[in-house]
Unconditional design. Structure first.
Ligand code: NAD
Length: 487
């Protein structure tokens, strides 16, 4: 079946949304957006340059005094309204986000519900951001500390889950009383722009949320701008280093949510059918997820059995059109990504790696898009690039182990520390292993999602700080202490 043409008539105008103004004549130029499943252009996207970032900062700073002065219950109700907006427009937002990044239905469908949950959750925090009354001396005196917004925050998000990223970052930032410059990437601009439009319709004052699609130039302009008080960045470590380089010159605080190379440890006593499915989930979203379990560690007695189960299940999962509901694996984001991933696969093959599944770019009816067969390498050495680098494609590396200690050692032997997964029927062991893993997030015996209420983030080169839960709103506030002389 030929690939279905996406409903481009549903796309918002791909221009900047600053205050309530649209800007399409930008100093940052414009770039074509390409749909990953067909390789066809969907529109020409305006990119913010330094001039437009400055205009957006002025809009946000003008809106800030009134937004900061909104009462907590007003902010709460407006965030609840935003949650409702995600629910009411879920179908449209899913369709737009699928054009953004060509994720299949099953991966894209939950985005608006996740964002709705985040806006409800953080709306609930708006009236609960209590401070502390702190014992001090000499007495009599009174000391209290309150949590205050930074002011204007710049939020830079990646292309792989823009709606989800908006929920996890913009919701706590707004709930805390900040105004926001949201920078979606040029590779996936549409859903964020539509969210900006919907927020204006929902009653957010112009300037509180500004959507400034941009590439590196606009991103750097945000980091350097003195009118932005904090940057929150989600993306790759390479870009994070560039951001920190610029941020150091203006001593700007930066929150970082970065990549991973997460271990999925399968013990011999696990439910092996479930474990095999969890191994395949390492490639879900065609491997374009920060938390994917891309290193699959399998205890030696069940090693070949797990490989066979993975092969068997993979044979039943469809690779193809992201708009067809039964598709499990869609394309990767663009031509450059496909070429890079194929290079990684080919290099590993040329060095003698054992390919258990996939290992090639797909042709035929899929040849215009960027489809790569889900690829499983077995007997991978944990020191090889297959196990060390974030490939961000549908590739997992399977590694055998003999003891619990060895599994923990291999899992922790990585520059990253975002997530880990443990598959075992021995819950005592599961907790013991979880204690020893140097990561921010652990799922045991299956992936149940990422509730907004839990702290999300990594250690080592996977990031600084946390989104989600109370930590998520702390990320967008800073304490102010007041010491009162009562003598
Ligand atoms: P990326 O680093 O290329 O881009 C991320 C964002 O930074 C985009 O908006 C991009 O336009 C912008 N950008 C690029 N250069 C910039 C510069 N010099 N200054 C300022 N901004 C700049 O990452 P990506 O390819 O969009 O996303 C994939 C990466 O994101 C992976 O490493 C993935 O693991 C990571 N990620 C992490 C999380 C998390 O929560 N930890 C979530 C999703 C993705």
């Amino acid at each position: 079946m030929p690939i279905i043409a996406p409903p481009v008539e549903k796309l918002p105008k791909p221009t900047l949304l600053i205050g309530d103004r649209r800007i399409d004549d930008s100093s940052g130029g414009a770039v074509d957006h390409v749909y990953g499943a067909t390789g066809k252009t969907t529109g020409n996207v305006t990119l913010a340059g330094a001039r437009e970032i400055d205009i957006a900062v002025q809009a946000a700073r003008s809106a800030l005094p009134a937004w900061r002065a909104t009462t907590p219950d007003q902010r709460r109700e407006l965030l609840f309204r935003a949650a409702q907006v995600f629910r009411e427009n879920s179908e449209e937002l899913v369709a737009i986000s699928q054009i953004d990044n060509s994720m299949p239905v099953f991966a894209a469908a939950g985005g608006p519900a996740n964002a709705a949950d985040a806006f409800s959750y953080y709306g609930g925090w708006a009236d609960k951001l209590v401070g502390d009354v702190i014992p001090t001396w000499p007495t009599p005196s009174l000391d209290y500390a309150t949590l205050n917004p930074y002011g204007v925050v710049g939020i830079i998000i990646p292309w792989n889950g823009p709606i989800y990223a908006v929920g996890m970052t913009v919701a706590p930032a707004l709930a805390a009383g900040n105004c926001v410059l949201l920078k979606p990437p040029e590779l996936a601009p549409y859903a964020a722009i539509r969210i900006g439009e919907l927020f204006l319709e929902a009653g957010f004052p112009p300037g509180v949320l500004n959507v400034v699609t941009a590439g590196p130039e606009g991103g750097q302009a945000m980091v350097a701008h003195p009118g932005i008080d904090k940057i929150h960045f989600t993306g790759s470590g390479t870009t994070a280093k560039r951001i920190l380089d610029t941020a150091k010159d203006v001593l700007k605080p930066v929150g970082l949510e970065l990549g991973g190379k997460s271990a999925n440890i399968i013990f011999a006593d696990a439910d092996l059918n479930n474990a095999a499915m969890q191994a395949i989930m390492g490639m879900q979203g065609s491997g374009q997820g920060c938390i994917n379990g891309t290193r699959v560690l399998v205890e030696r007695p069940v090693y070949e059995e797990v490989l066979a189960l993975v092969q068997g299940v993979l044979g039943t999962l469809e690779v193809g059109d992201p708009l067809v509901a039964s598709t499990f694996f869609g394309p990767v984001i663009n031509a450059a990504a496909a070429e890079r991933i194929v290079r990684v696969i080919d290099t590993a093959k040329s060095e003698g790696a054992r390919v258990v599944a996939g290992g090639e770019r797909l042709g035929g009816e899929l040849s215009d898009g960027y489809f790569i067969a889900p690829t499983v390498f077995a007997d991978v050495d944990n020191s090889s690039p297959l196990a060390r680098d974030e490939i961000f494609g549908p590739v997992v590396a399977v590694i055998p182990f003999d003891t619990e200690e060895e599994a923990v050692r291999i899992a922790n032997d990585s520059p990253f520390g975002l997530a880990a997964y443990v598959q075992t029927s021995n819950l005592k062991r599961a907790h013991a292993v979880a204690q020893q893993l140097d990561v921010g997030l652990i799922w045991i015996n299956g992936f149940l999602g990422i509730p907004t209420s839990v702290p999300f983030g990594g250690v080592k080169q996977s990031g600084w700080g946390r989104l989600g839960g109370f930590d998520g709103i702390r990320e967008f506030t800073q304490p102010k202490n007041v010491f009162v002389n009562l003598m």
